[in-house]
Design a protein. Structure first.
Lengths: 130, 391
Protein backbone atom coordinates (compact mmCIF):
# COMPACT_ATOMS: atom_id res chain seq x y z
CA UNK A 1 0.00 0.00 0.00
CA UNK A 2 1.66 3.19 -1.10
CA UNK A 3 0.54 6.79 -0.98
CA UNK A 4 2.40 7.29 -4.24
CA UNK A 5 -0.03 4.99 -5.95
CA UNK A 6 -2.37 6.39 -8.55
CA UNK A 7 -5.49 4.81 -7.08
CA UNK A 8 -7.19 6.92 -4.46
CA UNK A 9 -6.98 5.92 -0.83
CA UNK A 10 -9.99 4.41 0.91
CA UNK A 11 -10.22 5.67 4.48
CA UNK A 12 -12.13 4.23 7.43
CA UNK A 13 -14.61 6.96 8.27
CA UNK A 14 -16.36 6.69 11.64
CA UNK A 15 -17.59 9.14 14.26
CA UNK A 16 -14.14 9.46 15.83
CA UNK A 17 -12.16 9.73 12.58
CA UNK A 18 -14.52 11.74 10.34
CA UNK A 19 -13.59 15.26 11.60
CA UNK A 20 -9.92 14.32 11.20
CA UNK A 21 -10.38 13.43 7.52
CA UNK A 22 -12.57 16.49 6.93
CA UNK A 23 -9.83 18.66 8.41
CA UNK A 24 -7.26 17.02 6.17
CA UNK A 25 -9.49 17.70 3.17
CA UNK A 26 -9.32 21.40 4.11
CA UNK A 27 -5.54 21.26 4.44
CA UNK A 28 -5.50 21.05 8.22
CA UNK A 29 -3.60 18.49 10.32
CA UNK A 30 -5.76 18.02 13.40
CA UNK A 31 -4.68 16.61 16.72
CA UNK A 32 -6.89 15.99 19.70
CA UNK A 33 -6.25 17.88 22.91
CA UNK A 34 -7.88 17.77 26.32
CA UNK A 35 -9.34 20.85 27.95
CA UNK A 36 -9.21 19.21 31.38
CA UNK A 37 -5.51 18.25 31.52
CA UNK A 38 -4.22 20.37 28.66
CA UNK A 39 -2.38 17.49 27.00
CA UNK A 40 -2.46 16.45 23.34
CA UNK A 41 -2.71 12.85 22.19
CA UNK A 42 -2.47 10.83 18.98
CA UNK A 43 -4.34 9.03 17.42
CA UNK A 44 -7.50 11.04 18.23
CA UNK A 45 -9.93 9.73 20.84
CA UNK A 46 -13.17 11.05 22.36
CA UNK A 47 -12.07 10.33 25.92
CA UNK A 48 -8.63 11.63 26.92
CA UNK A 49 -6.13 8.74 27.37
CA UNK A 50 -4.19 10.88 29.86
CA UNK A 51 -6.95 11.82 32.34
CA UNK A 52 -10.14 10.12 31.03
CA UNK A 53 -11.96 13.45 30.61
CA UNK A 54 -14.58 13.71 27.87
CA UNK A 55 -13.74 17.39 27.38
CA UNK A 56 -11.55 16.89 24.32
CA UNK A 57 -11.42 18.76 21.03
CA UNK A 58 -9.59 18.82 17.71
CA UNK A 59 -7.08 21.64 17.24
CA UNK A 60 -4.97 22.41 14.21
CA UNK A 61 -1.35 21.38 14.50
CA UNK A 62 1.45 23.39 12.91
CA UNK A 63 2.09 20.57 10.46
CA UNK A 64 5.81 20.60 11.20
CA UNK A 65 7.87 17.90 12.83
CA UNK A 66 10.94 15.69 12.65
CA UNK A 67 11.38 12.09 11.55
CA UNK A 68 11.63 9.90 14.69
CA UNK A 69 12.23 6.71 12.70
CA UNK A 70 11.52 5.34 9.24
CA UNK A 71 11.89 2.34 6.96
CA UNK A 72 11.78 1.78 3.21
CA UNK A 73 9.62 -1.15 2.15
CA UNK A 74 11.87 -2.29 -0.68
CA UNK A 75 9.73 -5.13 -1.98
CA UNK A 76 6.75 -2.89 -2.77
CA UNK A 77 6.35 -1.53 -6.28
CA UNK A 78 7.20 1.28 -6.01
CA UNK A 79 9.02 1.15 -2.65
CA UNK A 80 7.49 3.43 -0.02
CA UNK A 81 8.67 5.08 3.17
CA UNK A 82 6.85 4.52 6.44
CA UNK A 83 7.79 6.74 9.36
CA UNK A 84 6.95 8.00 12.79
CA UNK A 85 7.03 11.79 12.70
CA UNK A 86 7.24 13.67 15.98
CA UNK A 87 5.13 16.79 15.59
CA UNK A 88 6.19 20.13 17.08
CA UNK A 89 3.22 19.71 19.44
CA UNK A 90 5.01 16.73 21.05
CA UNK A 91 3.02 13.73 19.81
CA UNK A 92 4.26 11.25 17.21
CA UNK A 93 2.21 9.83 14.35
CA UNK A 94 2.61 7.00 11.87
CA UNK A 95 2.80 8.37 8.34
CA UNK A 96 4.54 8.21 4.97
CA UNK A 97 7.40 10.36 3.76
CA UNK A 98 6.74 11.29 0.11
CA UNK A 99 8.24 13.29 -2.74
CA UNK A 100 11.77 12.76 -1.41
CA UNK A 101 14.87 10.97 -2.59
CA UNK A 102 14.38 7.78 -0.61
CA UNK A 103 18.05 7.21 0.09
CA UNK A 104 18.56 10.70 1.52
CA UNK A 105 15.91 10.42 4.23
CA UNK A 106 17.29 10.49 7.77
CA UNK A 107 16.17 10.39 11.38
CA UNK A 108 15.96 13.91 12.79
CA UNK A 109 15.16 15.39 9.39
CA UNK A 110 12.65 18.26 9.49
CA UNK A 111 9.44 17.55 7.60
CA UNK A 112 6.15 19.29 6.89
CA UNK A 113 2.69 17.95 6.24
CA UNK A 114 1.04 17.66 2.83
CA UNK A 115 -2.23 16.05 1.90
CA UNK A 116 -2.92 13.20 -0.50
CA UNK A 117 -6.38 13.03 -1.98
CA UNK A 118 -8.56 10.15 -0.80
CA UNK A 119 -11.97 8.78 -1.82
CA UNK A 120 -15.16 10.72 -1.03
CA UNK A 121 -13.42 14.10 -0.90
CA UNK A 122 -11.30 13.28 2.13
CA UNK A 123 -7.50 13.56 2.33
CA UNK A 124 -4.64 11.72 4.05
CA UNK A 125 -1.86 13.64 5.83
CA UNK A 126 1.64 12.63 4.71
CA UNK A 127 4.98 14.38 5.11
CA UNK A 128 7.76 15.71 2.91
CA UNK A 129 11.03 17.61 3.43
CA UNK A 130 10.54 20.94 5.19
CA UNK B 1 -0.56 -15.37 45.52
CA UNK B 2 2.90 -16.31 44.31
CA UNK B 3 3.51 -19.10 41.81
CA UNK B 4 7.10 -20.10 42.61
CA UNK B 5 7.28 -23.88 42.91
CA UNK B 6 3.51 -24.35 42.80
CA UNK B 7 3.35 -25.96 39.35
CA UNK B 8 5.45 -28.06 36.98
CA UNK B 9 5.74 -28.54 33.24
CA UNK B 10 5.59 -32.30 32.71
CA UNK B 11 4.72 -32.62 29.03
CA UNK B 12 5.73 -30.86 25.83
CA UNK B 13 5.30 -31.49 22.13
CA UNK B 14 6.49 -29.67 19.03
CA UNK B 15 4.71 -30.72 15.87
CA UNK B 16 7.35 -31.92 13.41
CA UNK B 17 5.52 -30.62 10.34
CA UNK B 18 6.46 -27.28 8.81
CA UNK B 19 3.91 -27.36 5.97
CA UNK B 20 0.49 -28.74 6.89
CA UNK B 21 -1.38 -28.98 3.58
CA UNK B 22 -2.93 -32.31 4.58
CA UNK B 23 -4.12 -31.22 8.01
CA UNK B 24 -6.86 -28.94 9.33
CA UNK B 25 -6.21 -26.39 12.04
CA UNK B 26 -8.25 -28.22 14.73
CA UNK B 27 -6.53 -31.46 13.76
CA UNK B 28 -3.14 -29.86 14.40
CA UNK B 29 -4.31 -28.71 17.84
CA UNK B 30 -5.51 -32.24 18.65
CA UNK B 31 -2.32 -33.93 17.41
CA UNK B 32 -0.33 -31.52 19.55
CA UNK B 33 -2.52 -32.12 22.62
CA UNK B 34 -2.09 -35.88 22.14
CA UNK B 35 1.67 -35.52 21.82
CA UNK B 36 2.06 -33.32 24.90
CA UNK B 37 -0.17 -35.54 27.06
CA UNK B 38 1.69 -38.67 25.91
CA UNK B 39 5.00 -37.00 26.84
CA UNK B 40 3.60 -36.32 30.33
CA UNK B 41 2.12 -39.81 30.71
CA UNK B 42 -1.38 -38.40 31.11
CA UNK B 43 -4.63 -38.89 29.20
CA UNK B 44 -7.15 -36.39 27.88
CA UNK B 45 -9.52 -37.19 30.70
CA UNK B 46 -6.94 -35.92 33.18
CA UNK B 47 -7.11 -32.43 31.66
CA UNK B 48 -9.16 -30.05 33.83
CA UNK B 49 -7.74 -26.76 32.55
CA UNK B 50 -7.45 -25.70 28.89
CA UNK B 51 -5.61 -22.69 27.47
CA UNK B 52 -5.48 -21.43 23.88
CA UNK B 53 -5.09 -18.11 22.05
CA UNK B 54 -6.39 -16.42 18.92
CA UNK B 55 -5.01 -19.14 16.64
CA UNK B 56 -7.69 -21.56 17.89
CA UNK B 57 -10.71 -21.38 15.57
CA UNK B 58 -14.25 -20.44 16.53
CA UNK B 59 -14.76 -19.54 20.16
CA UNK B 60 -11.30 -20.89 20.96
CA UNK B 61 -11.54 -23.10 24.03
CA UNK B 62 -15.21 -23.97 23.46
CA UNK B 63 -14.75 -25.34 19.96
CA UNK B 64 -11.45 -27.00 20.75
CA UNK B 65 -12.69 -28.65 23.96
CA UNK B 66 -15.60 -30.08 21.97
CA UNK B 67 -13.42 -31.22 19.04
CA UNK B 68 -10.88 -32.92 21.29
CA UNK B 69 -13.46 -34.35 23.66
CA UNK B 70 -11.95 -32.81 26.78
CA UNK B 71 -14.79 -33.72 29.12
CA UNK B 72 -13.40 -32.67 32.49
CA UNK B 73 -12.39 -29.04 31.92
CA UNK B 74 -13.32 -26.70 34.77
CA UNK B 75 -10.97 -23.82 33.98
CA UNK B 76 -10.50 -22.04 30.62
CA UNK B 77 -8.32 -19.14 29.47
CA UNK B 78 -8.04 -17.71 25.95
CA UNK B 79 -5.82 -14.70 26.64
CA UNK B 80 -4.61 -13.31 23.32
CA UNK B 81 -1.41 -11.26 23.19
CA UNK B 82 -0.18 -12.44 19.78
CA UNK B 83 2.95 -14.60 19.69
CA UNK B 84 3.62 -14.19 23.41
CA UNK B 85 0.21 -15.65 24.37
CA UNK B 86 1.57 -19.08 25.28
CA UNK B 87 4.06 -17.69 27.77
CA UNK B 88 1.23 -15.66 29.30
CA UNK B 89 -0.69 -18.96 29.42
CA UNK B 90 2.13 -20.63 31.36
CA UNK B 91 1.87 -17.78 33.87
CA UNK B 92 -1.93 -18.02 34.04
CA UNK B 93 -1.88 -21.81 34.29
CA UNK B 94 0.62 -21.55 37.15
CA UNK B 95 -1.71 -19.07 38.87
CA UNK B 96 -4.77 -21.25 38.28
CA UNK B 97 -3.01 -24.38 39.58
CA UNK B 98 -1.70 -22.48 42.63
CA UNK B 99 -5.24 -21.27 43.34
CA UNK B 100 -6.69 -24.76 42.98
CA UNK B 101 -8.74 -23.96 39.85
CA UNK B 102 -7.21 -26.92 37.98
CA UNK B 103 -4.57 -29.61 38.44
CA UNK B 104 -3.74 -30.56 34.85
CA UNK B 105 -3.51 -27.64 32.42
CA UNK B 106 -3.15 -28.13 28.67
CA UNK B 107 -1.92 -25.29 26.42
CA UNK B 108 -2.00 -25.66 22.63
CA UNK B 109 -0.94 -23.55 19.65
CA UNK B 110 -1.37 -24.47 15.99
CA UNK B 111 -1.20 -22.63 12.68
CA UNK B 112 -1.01 -23.25 8.94
CA UNK B 113 -0.05 -19.91 7.32
CA UNK B 114 2.00 -21.65 4.62
CA UNK B 115 -0.81 -24.04 3.70
CA UNK B 116 -3.40 -21.24 3.88
CA UNK B 117 -1.34 -19.16 1.45
CA UNK B 118 -0.96 -22.09 -0.96
CA UNK B 119 -4.71 -22.60 -0.78
CA UNK B 120 -5.33 -18.91 -1.53
CA UNK B 121 -6.89 -18.12 1.84
CA UNK B 122 -6.58 -14.58 3.25
CA UNK B 123 -3.16 -14.10 4.83
CA UNK B 124 -4.06 -11.95 7.78
CA UNK B 125 -7.23 -10.61 9.22
CA UNK B 126 -7.03 -7.27 10.95
CA UNK B 127 -10.01 -5.98 12.91
CA UNK B 128 -11.15 -2.80 11.22
CA UNK B 129 -12.74 -1.74 14.48
CA UNK B 130 -9.37 -1.60 16.22
CA UNK B 131 -9.09 2.07 17.24
CA UNK B 132 -5.71 2.56 15.58
CA UNK B 133 -6.78 1.04 12.27
CA UNK B 134 -8.21 4.15 10.55
CA UNK B 135 -5.15 6.24 11.40
CA UNK B 136 -2.42 3.70 10.64
CA UNK B 137 -3.49 1.27 7.90
CA UNK B 138 -3.51 3.88 5.09
CA UNK B 139 0.28 4.18 5.47
CA UNK B 140 1.05 0.54 4.69
CA UNK B 141 2.45 -0.74 7.98
CA UNK B 142 3.39 -4.43 7.99
CA UNK B 143 5.23 -6.59 10.48
CA UNK B 144 8.60 -6.15 8.81
CA UNK B 145 8.61 -2.38 8.29
CA UNK B 146 7.28 -1.76 11.79
CA UNK B 147 10.08 -3.86 13.37
CA UNK B 148 12.51 -2.23 10.94
CA UNK B 149 11.70 1.18 12.41
CA UNK B 150 12.74 -0.14 15.84
CA UNK B 151 16.06 -1.27 14.40
CA UNK B 152 16.55 2.03 12.57
CA UNK B 153 16.00 4.05 15.74
CA UNK B 154 18.17 1.70 17.83
CA UNK B 155 20.98 2.17 15.32
CA UNK B 156 20.51 5.96 15.44
CA UNK B 157 20.55 6.19 19.25
CA UNK B 158 23.15 3.56 20.08
CA UNK B 159 25.22 2.96 16.96
CA UNK B 160 24.00 -0.62 16.59
CA UNK B 161 25.07 -2.11 13.24
CA UNK B 162 23.62 -4.56 10.72
CA UNK B 163 26.63 -6.80 11.34
CA UNK B 164 25.82 -6.97 15.05
CA UNK B 165 22.19 -7.86 14.31
CA UNK B 166 23.44 -10.50 11.87
CA UNK B 167 25.28 -12.31 14.68
CA UNK B 168 21.89 -13.22 16.14
CA UNK B 169 20.94 -15.09 12.96
CA UNK B 170 24.38 -16.64 12.79
CA UNK B 171 23.98 -18.04 16.32
CA UNK B 172 20.50 -19.40 15.56
CA UNK B 173 21.80 -21.08 12.40
CA UNK B 174 24.65 -22.74 14.31
CA UNK B 175 22.00 -24.37 16.52
CA UNK B 176 19.54 -25.19 13.73
CA UNK B 177 22.08 -27.36 11.89
CA UNK B 178 21.53 -30.04 14.56
CA UNK B 179 17.70 -29.90 14.47
CA UNK B 180 16.41 -32.35 11.86
CA UNK B 181 13.03 -30.59 11.80
CA UNK B 182 14.42 -27.05 11.37
CA UNK B 183 13.07 -25.15 8.39
CA UNK B 184 16.56 -23.72 7.67
CA UNK B 185 19.55 -25.89 8.57
CA UNK B 186 22.41 -24.19 6.75
CA UNK B 187 24.95 -22.37 8.90
CA UNK B 188 25.14 -18.74 7.75
CA UNK B 189 27.77 -16.04 8.23
CA UNK B 190 27.47 -12.35 9.08
CA UNK B 191 28.23 -11.65 5.41
CA UNK B 192 25.42 -13.96 4.28
CA UNK B 193 22.96 -12.00 6.42
CA UNK B 194 24.00 -8.47 5.45
CA UNK B 195 24.25 -9.46 1.77
CA UNK B 196 20.76 -11.01 1.70
CA UNK B 197 18.10 -8.84 0.00
CA UNK B 198 16.86 -5.79 1.89
CA UNK B 199 13.22 -6.28 2.87
CA UNK B 200 12.61 -3.12 4.88
CA UNK B 201 15.63 -0.98 5.77
CA UNK B 202 17.62 -1.94 7.78
CA UNK B 203 16.27 -5.50 7.96
CA UNK B 204 17.48 -8.04 5.40
CA UNK B 205 15.76 -11.27 4.47
CA UNK B 206 17.98 -13.21 6.89
CA UNK B 207 17.10 -10.82 9.74
CA UNK B 208 13.56 -12.24 9.50
CA UNK B 209 12.13 -15.44 10.98
CA UNK B 210 10.78 -18.35 8.97
CA UNK B 211 7.09 -18.82 8.21
CA UNK B 212 5.91 -22.31 9.12
CA UNK B 213 2.88 -24.45 9.88
CA UNK B 214 2.53 -26.74 12.88
CA UNK B 215 2.53 -25.73 16.52
CA UNK B 216 3.21 -26.99 20.00
CA UNK B 217 1.73 -27.88 23.34
CA UNK B 218 2.50 -27.84 27.06
CA UNK B 219 1.08 -29.82 29.98
CA UNK B 220 1.39 -28.21 33.43
CA UNK B 221 0.38 -29.87 36.68
CA UNK B 222 0.26 -29.37 40.43
CA UNK B 223 3.21 -30.63 42.55
CA UNK B 224 1.10 -33.58 43.72
CA UNK B 225 0.33 -34.73 40.19
CA UNK B 226 3.94 -34.10 39.13
CA UNK B 227 5.23 -36.44 41.84
CA UNK B 228 2.93 -39.22 40.58
CA UNK B 229 4.47 -39.08 37.09
CA UNK B 230 7.66 -40.63 35.76
CA UNK B 231 8.60 -37.66 33.56
CA UNK B 232 11.42 -35.29 34.55
CA UNK B 233 9.58 -32.31 35.94
CA UNK B 234 10.42 -28.70 35.24
CA UNK B 235 9.45 -26.23 37.94
CA UNK B 236 7.85 -22.88 37.17
CA UNK B 237 9.82 -20.40 39.29
CA UNK B 238 8.44 -17.06 38.21
CA UNK B 239 6.64 -15.22 35.44
CA UNK B 240 5.71 -11.73 34.35
CA UNK B 241 3.59 -10.16 31.66
CA UNK B 242 3.28 -6.56 30.50
CA UNK B 243 1.60 -4.57 27.74
CA UNK B 244 3.43 -1.76 26.03
CA UNK B 245 1.73 0.76 23.75
CA UNK B 246 2.20 4.06 21.98
CA UNK B 247 1.33 6.00 25.15
CA UNK B 248 -0.99 8.52 23.48
CA UNK B 249 1.73 9.47 21.01
CA UNK B 250 4.87 9.36 23.18
CA UNK B 251 6.57 6.86 20.87
CA UNK B 252 9.81 5.14 21.94
CA UNK B 253 10.78 2.16 19.78
CA UNK B 254 14.07 1.39 21.52
CA UNK B 255 12.64 -0.78 24.27
CA UNK B 256 9.96 -3.43 24.76
CA UNK B 257 7.58 -4.55 27.49
CA UNK B 258 10.32 -6.93 28.63
CA UNK B 259 11.47 -3.97 30.69
CA UNK B 260 8.51 -4.71 32.98
CA UNK B 261 7.74 -8.43 32.48
CA UNK B 262 11.38 -9.40 33.13
CA UNK B 263 11.84 -7.86 36.60
CA UNK B 264 8.51 -9.38 37.75
CA UNK B 265 9.64 -12.84 36.68
CA UNK B 266 13.12 -12.48 38.19
CA UNK B 267 11.73 -11.18 41.49
CA UNK B 268 9.26 -14.02 41.81
CA UNK B 269 11.88 -16.63 40.90
CA UNK B 270 14.36 -15.06 43.29
CA UNK B 271 17.12 -15.17 40.68
CA UNK B 272 19.11 -12.71 38.55
CA UNK B 273 20.36 -12.72 34.97
CA UNK B 274 23.61 -14.25 36.27
CA UNK B 275 21.67 -17.38 37.28
CA UNK B 276 20.19 -17.96 33.80
CA UNK B 277 22.09 -20.77 32.05
CA UNK B 278 19.97 -20.74 28.91
CA UNK B 279 17.53 -18.22 27.37
CA UNK B 280 14.83 -18.69 24.76
CA UNK B 281 14.32 -15.19 23.36
CA UNK B 282 11.51 -14.37 20.96
CA UNK B 283 13.12 -13.92 17.56
CA UNK B 284 10.61 -12.79 14.97
CA UNK B 285 13.45 -10.57 13.76
CA UNK B 286 17.04 -10.11 14.91
CA UNK B 287 16.16 -6.72 16.43
CA UNK B 288 13.53 -8.40 18.62
CA UNK B 289 16.27 -10.41 20.33
CA UNK B 290 18.62 -7.47 20.71
CA UNK B 291 16.13 -5.12 22.38
CA UNK B 292 14.76 -7.91 24.58
CA UNK B 293 18.19 -8.93 25.91
CA UNK B 294 18.81 -5.32 26.93
CA UNK B 295 15.36 -4.95 28.51
CA UNK B 296 15.75 -8.19 30.49
CA UNK B 297 19.03 -6.85 31.86
CA UNK B 298 21.49 -9.25 30.23
CA UNK B 299 23.37 -6.11 29.17
CA UNK B 300 22.88 -2.37 29.47
CA UNK B 301 20.45 -0.53 27.19
CA UNK B 302 22.26 0.27 23.98
CA UNK B 303 24.94 -2.40 24.44
CA UNK B 304 22.95 -5.24 22.89
CA UNK B 305 24.91 -5.03 19.65
CA UNK B 306 28.18 -5.65 21.42
CA UNK B 307 26.61 -8.36 23.62
CA UNK B 308 25.33 -10.52 20.75
CA UNK B 309 28.50 -10.26 18.66
CA UNK B 310 31.26 -12.82 18.16
CA UNK B 311 29.13 -15.84 18.93
CA UNK B 312 28.10 -14.83 22.46
CA UNK B 313 24.70 -16.49 21.92
CA UNK B 314 26.11 -19.77 20.52
CA UNK B 315 25.90 -22.78 22.85
CA UNK B 316 29.35 -23.94 23.91
CA UNK B 317 30.94 -20.74 22.60
CA UNK B 318 29.29 -17.72 24.21
CA UNK B 319 28.14 -16.64 27.63
CA UNK B 320 24.41 -16.83 26.96
CA UNK B 321 23.30 -19.79 24.82
CA UNK B 322 19.98 -18.86 23.19
CA UNK B 323 17.37 -20.57 21.01
CA UNK B 324 19.25 -23.83 20.76
CA UNK B 325 16.49 -25.36 18.61
CA UNK B 326 17.30 -22.79 15.92
CA UNK B 327 14.54 -20.46 17.13
CA UNK B 328 12.02 -18.71 14.95
CA UNK B 329 14.89 -17.41 12.85
CA UNK B 330 15.78 -20.90 11.57
CA UNK B 331 13.69 -23.68 13.10
CA UNK B 332 10.01 -22.94 13.49
CA UNK B 333 7.62 -20.02 13.91
CA UNK B 334 4.30 -21.88 13.73
CA UNK B 335 1.30 -19.73 12.87
CA UNK B 336 3.55 -16.64 13.02
CA UNK B 337 3.55 -17.15 16.80
CA UNK B 338 6.85 -18.00 18.42
CA UNK B 339 6.08 -17.99 22.16
CA UNK B 340 5.24 -21.68 22.41
CA UNK B 341 8.46 -22.98 20.87
CA UNK B 342 10.42 -20.69 23.22
CA UNK B 343 9.00 -22.53 26.24
CA UNK B 344 9.52 -25.95 24.62
CA UNK B 345 13.26 -25.51 24.08
CA UNK B 346 13.71 -24.05 27.58
CA UNK B 347 12.01 -27.18 28.97
CA UNK B 348 14.28 -29.44 26.88
CA UNK B 349 17.32 -27.61 28.22
CA UNK B 350 16.26 -27.95 31.88
CA UNK B 351 15.42 -31.62 31.29
CA UNK B 352 18.81 -32.12 29.66
CA UNK B 353 17.05 -33.29 26.49
CA UNK B 354 18.22 -30.69 24.00
CA UNK B 355 20.39 -31.96 21.13
CA UNK B 356 23.75 -33.06 22.66
CA UNK B 357 25.59 -30.58 20.42
CA UNK B 358 23.66 -27.66 21.93
CA UNK B 359 22.72 -28.92 25.40
CA UNK B 360 23.90 -26.49 28.08
CA UNK B 361 25.73 -28.23 30.90
CA UNK B 362 24.07 -28.16 34.33
CA UNK B 363 21.16 -26.16 32.98
CA UNK B 364 19.33 -25.76 36.28
CA UNK B 365 17.65 -22.44 35.46
CA UNK B 366 16.35 -21.23 32.09
CA UNK B 367 14.32 -18.31 30.83
CA UNK B 368 11.78 -18.04 28.02
CA UNK B 369 10.53 -14.72 26.71
CA UNK B 370 7.77 -13.83 24.28
CA UNK B 371 6.98 -10.75 22.21
CA UNK B 372 3.46 -10.35 20.84
CA UNK B 373 2.29 -7.70 18.39
CA UNK B 374 4.71 -5.04 17.26
CA UNK B 375 8.02 -4.60 19.09
CA UNK B 376 8.29 -1.24 20.83
CA UNK B 377 4.94 0.10 19.68
CA UNK B 378 1.84 -1.97 20.47
CA UNK B 379 2.81 -5.22 22.11
CA UNK B 380 2.48 -7.82 24.85
CA UNK B 381 5.61 -9.09 26.58
CA UNK B 382 5.80 -12.24 28.70
CA UNK B 383 8.68 -13.82 30.61
CA UNK B 384 8.85 -17.14 32.42
CA UNK B 385 11.70 -18.61 34.45
CA UNK B 386 11.95 -22.39 34.76
CA UNK B 387 14.15 -24.61 36.87
CA UNK B 388 14.91 -28.18 37.79
CA UNK B 389 13.65 -29.78 41.01
CA UNK B 390 16.51 -28.30 43.04
CA UNK B 391 16.21 -24.78 41.64
ZN1 LIG C 1 -6.94 14.88 29.71
Amino acid sequence: MSTDQKNKINLVVNSESKPYWEGAAKGQLLIRTCNACGKAHYYPRTICPHCFSEDTAFVEASGSGVIYSYSVTRQAKPPYVIAYVKLDEGVSMLTNIVDCEIDKISIGQKVKVKFNKAEDGYALPVFTSA
Amino acid sequence: MGINGKSYIVGIYEHPCRVALDKTLPQLHAEIAKGALADAGLSKDDVDGYFCAGDAPGLGPINMIEYMGLNNVRHMDSTETGGSSYIVHVNHAAQAIAAGHCNVALITLAGRPVADAKEGKPVRYYNQQAPDFPFEMPYGPNVTNMYAMCAMRHMYEYGTTSEQLAWIKVAASHHAQYNEHARLRDVVTVEDVVNSPMIADPLHRLDCCVITDGGGGIVMVSPEVAKSLKRTRVKVLGAGEAPKHLAAGQVDLTYSGARWSGPKAFAEAGVTTADIKYASIYDSFTITVLETLEDLGFCKKGEGGKFVSDGNLISGVGKLPFNTDGGGLCNNHPGNRGGMTKVLEAVRQVRGEAHPKVQVRNCDIALAHGTGGLLGSRMGSATVILGNEDA
